[in-house]
Design a protein around this ligand. Structure first.
Ligand SMILES: [Zn+2]
Length: 1090
């Protein structure tokens, strides 16, 4: 069938939709009415009679009994069979004897920075998709500084080869601070401290045949795996692009870049450190090079171009001449930000996540719900293996939408439930093909022919399309919801509304820091903002309260009581819930008792001397309470310390920084006991999601405490050394947002694919008891599930590849629903098409998650090396098969991937993979956890922070300033900058900033009077102050967690903290600068090609 949905007319149900509740969460704070009204899922009222009606008696189709509903975690055997399209026995993401995370023999140390002209070029063949507009091309060329056409030309001053701007020398302008020890100034070569990924240099004859090379092999993944966290094989299993012929020879007529020529020559300014290069020969060292001992061994066999016109001494690569993230982001904003993205065309690459755009659903899911690493998939697995580009989708099933975009329609098929394919159980979608006059339909996923039930019958028009196609969301839209029937409910019973249980640590630390008092005070008002939907006047969510230290205290807050009653359970080894009636209550009915309780809690424990806490029994108690109430729900845990009290789940302090960079480093990321996995499994079965707020003063073992939140789809927040006066705003902001979040409970997600590919691996916060169903006790609008696909057959260019993500969940009001997202991708027989339709931001999201899971089982160094190798393979395959012939001295990057090296380097340097001395074990476990569920926009800014100059543009200019590259040499000491990465927010003040600016912003008369480490800007009545504070508020509103501000003065000791985020520079922990890493990548690529 033809899945190309040419833009259909606007469907008649396209009237504006009520706003999704929860999207306007910023309105919290005294406006209960404003959030009370939204009716999120407007029931569809289309013009077709009977559309929303229950089918007439006697005509209703039997419920989809051929497959048990995918609702329950304890599935009947029939339910498994229903999923049988993708053989269950064929364990694709199970523990992996097949995993081969190999060190490839070709790796070189990086750190040397030879001369490499960088050329990014569009792929040569362009059969699919709209060609770039001329504006795009121009902008791209402008951004590249060196195009394919000009690169070989001898240097002129206009080619971006400016005066040498060595990062090392630039860093000399800031003296060292004592915070992180000595800063390796002027050290252009080595990375201090940490090890570069690889030191071995292979003899020149080694060609790239990893499986036969006998290179060091990584130990197979034998470490304990979390349930649902099986380690899929890295996609490096069969790199064979040396031996297999390129699929398509380039024809001269289609080349877009200039003719091959001599490699660009070098400038004469010499940087220290160049002579130190190993082999001395990488770069365009064709002719004799005075400063290089001998040509690089590989170069002898590569290419045949003559040497440069004249040998020149090398020069450091100009940072302005290499691909700039800022430029790419701005170009995309300019080119794609003004028009809505219409999803009607198969395989369209959406605008970047950094571009503001509206989406019009015309048959494929919005990129807010699904983003793919590539929108054009190789037809065969051989091609896919050759390219090494991971095929993955980052899916955010309950993503919140901007107010301008409609929430998915809810379709009600009455008792018959949603229409599905009898064989593969895929849901009705726009890609299903109706045949035989509309009496049957062929499944677009498995090709099975199904009967159309009588109540769903409709005639076809002359093109074979149902005449009601545009009246039905499930026939014309990429995303929609179905009301689920009782068959989709646990125990064949419609669910009760969920409950929230607040579980508060009242041990000494929690009391002393002021946390308990702050929290209780906040809850009094926050309980009015529990999530609600459908215009309900009040939330259906019930609440309960527990406090604990070594024992647990349950509270009866029944509305008929004059005062709350406390029940103490001290037998934490055998947890039970001492009361049922009066524990979970409606907030409005029990308001007086609840308020009284929240007033009393801080007083009751004010004099506590109890320092020990339990943890697992607390979760157990909450879960048992939900079980007793027969509902799903969420536990909000507020916890301060390592649970050392005698109880199940008791932990010991096993933090050991000496393990860093050893084979045992992985244990720091693994839970220290299996007890929490067992507990998590029980929670998932009950639909009990756990959100954990941590307030540690020291090591609390985040890696273990986060197991239950992680496996139940919950969130973890960490406020180290919490003090009310400093951290109150951040904590309360996070808490408010978390409590108000719309959450789907007791959820199961399944991704179906058309024949040829299948989902084989999954990343995120969830649990999996089999290889296909992602189980989520809770799923909110911030969480993503990343799915990797592999070929199991040949794909077809004509029919493309289809994905359908189905999420079954219970809404906040207790309604059982199915949310469906569909996406059609193109398939290609030319590698160039793959490279033209990739999305680097999504690729990085996947690669980071893959690597961050890898550290659970492999030495961190191995993980880093695997990333580098894969990146080199991806780029080498492009160079070999898609790029126009050119000098080996040129680094040629695909246009869509020209930022892959810079972003990958940021992942490699991140705290998880290369920690600095100041990063704690808990910090690393925490970041690892956060990244696992991040969407593409979040990973983008997390790995490459935004750096905004505040005083460059006129004060009157209210638009957000253009970002600059995250490098120290971009900072001017007369300016002020904001830096944010979604978690951290810095305001950097240059030492020579004008006195007037200092006065306007800080209310003090000179730079020296600014308090370093300040976290709140004074509220001053002037334009600059308002503008900067407004900008900060705006940045915070864009992110899912509150970013606490830290004011950093130039040359102050806090500056080292800030510099950690200047990711284009060499890092103190040994991470390479962008320039150095790019050179290293070039070396790796050349080695692969030689
Ligand atoms: Zn099917």
């Amino acid at each position: 069938m033809n899945v190309n949905q040419s833009a259909p007319p606007v469907p008649p149900f396209g009237q504006p939709q009520p706003v999704y509740p929860g999207y306007h969460q910023s309105s919290y704070g005294g406006q209960p009415g404003s959030t009370a009204a939204p009716t999120p899922y407007g029931a569809y009222n289309g013009p077709v009679p009977g559309y929303q009606q229950t089918p007439p008696p006697g005509m209703s189709r039997a419920p989809p009994s051929s497959g048990a509903p995918p609702a329950s975690t304890a599935q009947a055997p029939g339910g498994q069979a229903a999923y049988g399209q993708f053989g269950q026995g064929d364990v694709q993401n199970g523990p992996s004897s097949t995993v081969q995370m190999q060190r490839l023999p070709g790796s070189q140390p990086f750190g040397s920075a030879p001369l490499v002209p960088v050329v990014s070029q569009p792929a040569v063949l362009q059969p699919y998709g709209p060609p770039p507009t001329s504006a795009q091309v121009t902008a791209q060329l402008a951004g590249m500084h060196i195009s394919g056409a000009v690169a070989p030309v001898p240097p002129t001053s206009g080619l971006g080869y400016g005066p040498p701007t060595s990062l090392a020398s630039a860093s000399g302008s800031f003296p060292n601070s004592g915070l992180y020890g000595s800063y390796p100034q002027g050290q252009a070569q080595g990375h201090p401290g940490a090890q570069p990924p690889q030191r071995s240099v292979l003899p020149q004859a080694s060609s790239f045949t990893p499986s036969a090379s006998g290179g060091p092999r990584m130990p197979s993944m034998t470490g304990p795996l979390l349930p649902g966290q099986s380690f899929g094989g890295p996609p490096v299993s069969q790199p064979n692009h040396i031996s297999s012929p390129p699929p398509q020879a380039l024809t001269p007529g289609t080349q877009m870049s200039g003719p091959p020529g001599p490699p660009p020559p070098m400038h004469s300014s010499q940087q220290p450190g160049y002579q130190l290069q190993q082999n001395g020969s990488f770069g365009p060292a064709r002719g004799p090079q005075p400063n290089y001992g001998s040509p690089y061994p590989g170069t002898a066999t590569f290419g045949s171009q003559p040497g440069p016109p004249q040998p020149l001494p090398p020069k450091r690569l100009d940072p302005d001449a290499i691909p700039s993230p800022i430029q790419v982001i701005e170009d995309d904003r300019n080119n794609r930000g003004s028009e809505p993205f219409i999803t009607g065309v198969r395989g369209q690459v959406p605008p970047l996540v950094t571009t503001n755009f509206l989406v019009k659903d015309q048959g494929n899911a919005s990129p807010r719900y699904i983003r793919c690493t590539s929108y054009n998939i190789p037809c065969t697995s051989d091609m896919a293996k050759q390219a090494q580009v991971p095929l993955a989708a980052v899916i955010k099933p309950l993503a919140r939408l901007p107010p301008e975009e409609a929430s998915p329609y809810v379709v009600d098929h009455g008792e018959s439930g949603p229409l599905r394919c009898n064989r593969c159980k895929a849901y009705m979608c726009p890609f299903m093909q109706f045949i035989e006059g509309g009496r049957r339909f062929q499944c677009c996923f498995c090709s099975c022919i199904n009967d159309v039930p009588p109540q769903y019958f409709q005639h076809l028009d002359h093109t074979g399309k149902r005449v009601d196609a545009y009246d039905r969301p499930e026939l014309s839209l990429g995303s929609y919801e179905f009301l689920a029937t009782v068959d989709y409910c646990k125990n064949n019973k419609f669910p009760s509304p969920p409950a929230f249980i607040f579980m508060i640590d009242v041990s000494y630390n929690a009391i002393r820091s002021g946390l308990v008092r702050l929290l209780c005070e906040e809850l009094k008002s926050l309980l009015d903002f529990l999530p609600r939907e459908g215009g309900a006047e009040e939330s259906a969510v019930r609440v309960g309260f527990v406090t604990y230290n070594k024992v647990l205290h349950f509270y009866n807050v029944k509305s008929s009581l004059a005062q709350p009653q406390m029940m103490v359970v001290s037998d934490v080894g055998d947890m039970f819930v001492p009361l049922l009636d009066g524990f979970l209550v409606n907030v409005n009915e029990s308001r007086t008792v609840i308020t009284s309780l929240l007033d009393q809690i801080p007083e009751m424990f004010a004099d506590t001397r109890e320092t020990e806490t339990v943890f697992a029994p607390v979760i157990q108690a909450g879960m048992e309470a939900l079980k007793a109430a027969e509902c799903a729900g969420k536990l909000f845990l507020f916890h301060t310390s390592l649970p050392i009290a005698e109880a199940p789940g008791k932990l010991k302090n096993r933090d050991d920084r000496k393990l860093i960079n050893t084979d045992k480093e992985k244990t720091l990321f693994q839970p220290q006991t299996g007890a929490y996995q067992t507990l998590a499994k029980e929670c998932v079965a009950q639909g009990c999601c756990v959100d954990l707020f941590l307030f540690p003063n020291q090591y609390v073992d985040v890696a273990t405490l986060s197991v239950v939140p992680q496996l139940t789809g919950g969130s973890v927040y960490k406020y180290a050394c919490f003090q009310v006066e400093n951290d109150q705003e951040r904590f309360l902001s996070d808490l408010r947002r978390d409590v108000q979040k719309v959450v789907g409970f007791d959820a199961v997600m399944r991704v179906r694919t058309s024949t040829g590919i299948r989902a084989v691996d999954f990343f995120g916060a969830f649990y999996m008891s089999n290889t296909t169903d992602v189980e989520l006790a809770g799923l909110d609008g911030d969480k993503t599930v990343t799915v990797e696909f592999k070929h199991d057959d040949r794909l077809n260019e004509e029919s493309g590849a289809l994905l359908q993500c189905a999420l079954l969940y219970t809404s906040c009001a207790g309604q059982r629903r199915l949310r469906i997202h569909n996406l059609a991708l193109n398939c290609c027989t030319q590698l160039a098409d793959l490279y033209r339709n990739c999305e680097t931001d999504t690729l990085i999201n996947y690669m980071a998650k893959f690597a961050y899971r890898g550290v659970l089982n492999s030495p961190v160094k191995t993980v880093r090396d695997t990333l580098i190798t894969q990146c080199a393979q991806i780029l080498a395959c492009y160079r070999k098969n898609c790029a126009s012939p050119s000098s080996a001295g040129q680094l040629i990057l695909p246009e869509c991937m020209k930022l892959l090296p810079v972003y990958l380097n940021c992942v490699l340097k991140s705290d998880v993979l290369q920690p600095g001395a100041e990063v704690t074990t808990d910090d690393r476990a925490y970041v690892r956890l956060l990244v696992t569920s991040m969407d593409v926009a979040e990973t983008n800014v997390f790995f490459y922070p935004r750096l905004l100059p505040l005083t460059k543009s006129p004060i009157e200019n209210t638009t957000e300033p253009s970002a600059v590259r995250a490098s120290e040499e971009r900072l001017s000491n007369g300016d002020i900058y904001l830096l944010e990465n979604g978690l951290n927010l810095f305001l950097w003040v240059g030492a020579s900033v004008q006195q007037g600016v200092v006065q306007s912003l800080f209310g003090v008369s000179s730079f020296s009077q600014i308090t370093s480490g300040l976290s709140v800007l004074p509220v001053l009545d002037n334009l600059l102050s308002k503008k900067v504070r407004g900008l900060i508020d705006g940045l915070r509103a864009q992110r899912s967690r509150y970013m606490k501000l830290i004011v950093v003065k130039q040359e102050d000791k806090l500056e080292m903290l800030f510099k950690h985020f200047l990711v284009e520079d060499k890092s103190l922990s040994g991470g390479a600068s962008y320039v150095d890493f790019l050179c290293h990548m070039h070396k790796e690529i050349r080695q692969l090609l030689s």
